[in-house]
Ligand binder design. Structure first.
Ligand SMILES: [Zn+2]
Length: 246
């Protein structure tokens, strides 16, 4: 934050199976998902060592301890996507064998992140919500964020829209939920920043983390540009998911 031309923001999407549920099965993605807890530990150690601050944009369904809790706390108003497969609620309310709970719920990991130095939690929506899909409405989006806010152990003040699907009218209601920034689309000047000591450390760290998993997004932003918009639009420079790209 001290640099005049920009700052580094690391934002990780923590979503486990919810980020890929419409495209994968727990069986064909289990190797990726199983590595996430170890990756979280490794990342937290690296961040602590180098004093790196990050925001973990978290699918808030991960805060649930069980499928029963997810069912109890799910929104009444659910997204009515034309493509029904995009909604996780048939899946949540369908047969559940409990065998893969660790691919769906991660409360312990999130508590570790919260307890770690300089780490922030943002939302990646409650249900990995797709704001540009046909059929769903602004009211359904708001019902999703209501759930996210209700289950998050910390106040949410930033959002990463799943698959970067956002709309102006949706951005305009974020402040009702205490959310003051979102991750916007990529802008090319982000790649123009020069190497500094800090950036080298960051790249080294990210490379190391990348050996554990498909990582994070990291972002170089101009604070003056960010400050010109409200809610603040933090442009994305690269996208990775935490073990899951989406
Ligand atoms: Zn996602």
């Amino acid at each position: 934050m001290s640099k005049s031309h920009g700052a580094f923001l690391i934002s990780l999407d923590l979503e486990l199976f919810w980020g890929v549920r419409d495209k994968r099965t727990v069986h064909n993605y289990s190797a990726n998902l199983a590595g996430v807890p170890a990756a979280v530990d490794a990342i937290l150690n690296e961040f602590s060592e180098y004093g790196i601050s990050a925001t973990w944009s978290t699918v808030d369904l991960l805060m649930m301890e069980s499928i029963e809790e997810a069912r109890r706390l799910q929104p009444i108003l659910k997204p009515q996507y034309e493509d029904e497969n995009l909604s996780p609620y048939n899946y949540i309310n369908g047969p559940w064998d409990g065998e893969h709970d660790s691919f769906h719920f991660a409360k312990r990991d999130i508590e570790k992140i919260i307890a770690a130095p300089n780490q922030n939690i943002g939302t990646h929506t409650f249900s990995h919500y797709y704001a540009q899909e046909q059929g769903q409405t602004l009211e359904e989006f708001k019902a999703d964020l209501d759930c996210a806010r209700a289950v998050s152990p910390v106040p949410l003040n930033s959002i990463v829209f799943p698959r970067n699907q956002y709309r102006d009218d949706y951005v305009k209601v974020l402040h009702e939920f205490g959310i003051h920034s979102y991750r916007g689309n990529e802008t090319s000047w982000l790649y123009q920043s020069t190497e500094s000591g800090d950036q080298s450390i960051l790249k080294r760290t990210l490379r190391l983390l990348d050996s554990y998993i498909n990582l994070t997004g990291y972002h170089t932003v101009s604070w003056s540009e960010v400050a010109a918009s409200y809610p603040y639009n933090i442009p994305a420079s690269r996208f990775y998911g935490l073990g899951i790209r989406s």
